[in-house]
Design a protein around this ligand. Structure first.
Ligand code: NI
Ligand code: MN
Length: 230
């Protein structure tokens, strides 16, 4: 499996299926891909904020991909002409023989600003993905929550966790260290930082702290465009 960081919270995961997470590319100053170069099977959208929903509709239509998200966001995508599969938090679905997706809680907001109006799109979410024998957890935008221990970490053997560390809108590095302890993944990829000055964080320092305090875990602070292969 290849996990390519496209900048901010956008990832392209290539395995038996190709998954695109939170494809904020066009207005993303650090984007490492162009929307129409991507051909995902599924686009997993954690919430409707523009730095996550991004190019989801355009890519879904161009690539004939299916958007996976919470019910309200998925129905909105369908109204706008994209294929979508509505789910909700706690629900799991099998999308292929070797691909299941479960929606997890995220403590955040979920609206899309359209024509100056705020369109409510349900709860924000995270994703637990099992593909090709590996378990990925993509946290979305969230605060540190005890679900990361009791519901997500304790009940799943997570191989790779993608978690925000940018602070201000989500948990910062301090809380993310605790999140990693609770989630107990083998590998951590920090996200949602250094896209804008407001989200400036030191990914290397975060990695060093985890690897010192929580031996056995590996942290990869990928730069936009870098790929982790496992
Ligand atoms: Ni957000
Ligand atoms: Mn965000």
């Amino acid at each position: 499996m290849k996990i390519k960081f496209l900048g901010h919270s956008a990832f392209l995961v290539e395995g038996s299926k190709t998954l695109l997470f939170d494809p904020f590319l066009t207005d993303n100053p650090v984007a490492a891909a162009k929307p129409y170069d991507l051909r995902p099977d599924f686009i997993l959208v954690s919430h409707g904020h523009s730095d996550h929903f991004g190019d989801a509709l355009d890519i879904a239509k161009a690539a004939d991909a299916t958007i996976i998200s919470v019910n309200e966001l998925a129905l909105y995508a369908m109204r706008r002409g994209a294929n979508a599969h509505p789910m909700h938090i706690g629900g799991r679905q099998r999308f292929a023989e070797d691909l299941t997706v479960k929606l997890t809680t995220a403590l955040h907001g979920n609206a899309l600003i359209e024509d100056g109006l705020s369109q409510y799109l349900g709860m924000p979410c995270g994703f637990l993905v099992e593909m090709d024998g590996l378990t990925l957890y993509f946290a979305g935008d969230t605060a540190l929550t005890y679900d990361m221990k009791a519901v997500i970490g304790d009940l799943n053997k997570i191989d790779v966790a993608m978690i925000p560390i940018g602070d201000n809108y989500t948990m910062g590095p301090e809380d993310a260290v605790k999140a990693v302890e609770w989630l107990n993944p083998r590998i951590v990829i920090p996200m949602h930082y250094n896209t804008f000055p407001l989200l400036a964080q030191d990914g290397g320092a975060f990695a060093a702290r985890i690897e010192t305090e929580q031996p056995g875990k590996k942290v990869f602070p990928l730069k936009p465009g870098e790929t982790l292969e496992l």
